[in-house]
Design a protein around this ligand. Sequence first.
Ligand code: XLS
Ligand code: NI
Ligand code: NI
Length: 436
Amino acid sequence: MSYFPEIQTIQYDGPQSRNPLAFRWYNPSELIEGKSMKEHLRFSIVYWHTMRGTGSDPFGPGTAIRPWDDGSNSLENALRRVEVAFEIFQKLDAPYYAFHDRDVSPEGGSLRETNANFDRISSSLKEHQDKTGVKLLWGTANMFSHPRFMHGAATTCNADVFAFAAAQVKKCLEVTQMLGGENYVFWGGREGYQCLYNTDMKRELDHLAKFFHMAVDYAKKIGFQGPFLIEPKPKEPTKHQYDSDAAACLNFLRSYDLMPYFKLNLETNHATLAGHTMMHELDYAGMQGALGSIDANTGDLLLGWDTDQFPTDYYLTAQCMLAILKHGGLKTGGVNFDAKVRRESFEPIDLFHAHVGGMDAFARGLRIAADIRREGVIDQFVKSRYRSWDSGIGAEIEAGKQNFESLEAYMLEKGEANANESGRQEMLENIFNRYI
Ligand code: XLS
Ligand code: NI
Ligand code: NI
């Protein structure tokens, strides 16, 4: 049975197309830099917004019409959602999806019952994956919605809650592995604080590291291969989240000897909440070999919260893809649409318009980035800007052959540094525009 009989699988129709439910730029099999667009982009659809989003906000209830969903917490309802979800994944031609344990299966009255629900649903997910070829990009445990996590999960003051969280991640790792998930994500929803007067930050961070080491040990034990990914976000729901941005995450991972096991899952709206651009976060993670995956969305720069909108801005997607290509592409990661339709876009078909637009925006961004790289004008400029480091005194400093005394002697002899050259920002911005 079909839940969207009026919608055909979305096809590539070319840039001239006026069909809103066709791709104008995403041509999955087309090769760019020797790799298909499908392999470059590895699009993924999220279960939480697409299947569980209702359109509620702090001022009013949900508005979304979802005829297949009876709003109950029953297993039947959850199983029906699986059917619908895979029809959406397939019709969008998306190769991957991602979920939290609690998006796909309902929490029961005890951990045992909750795990049994998860087993039932995950065997249906497995069947649907096998039938359709859609794969799991990553799994994650929701350790922020239930009231037990009010003080945090791995960083809670309540040791029993830490134990519950450990059991939950253990189970979710097993399910992720059973479903062939290619990564496992930690977003620290409530891993942070509201007030330092009641917080032992050192103890909380030590516990967080313990938790991650336990996850690493268990992954080794069951043979889970995929990298762990931490998803930085500076605030919301807490006032301060420990994983606030790429640099903070990497500092934490390095301090606690976790670098070999973790990469980052970077999200655009989280980057902007942290006061960075997404390109900055990608480049920062990339230069440290920690670029794992992206949650592709966008925020509203006039609003200070995580609006999780679908990306449509070619500048943004081109900058993302430029940084991703520069650092060797997404390996086990993907372009995961952690994005939701607006509360006013309440019809099922809006889910299709939203994803088609997001996929196309990233496909266009990939093409733009590849064009920029092919002509190499910007790369050449950067290379030349740093040429004083390629020979002479610069090369010696880089090679560790100079020190303060020798540099003083060099400058006393020379008297003044060589003249500076223009950074040409405006020219480079104009050059970037050539490709848009
Ligand atoms: C919330 C996060 C969340 C993670 C998964 O802001 O983006 O959706 O991606 O827990
Ligand atoms: Ni996210
Ligand atoms: Ni988010």
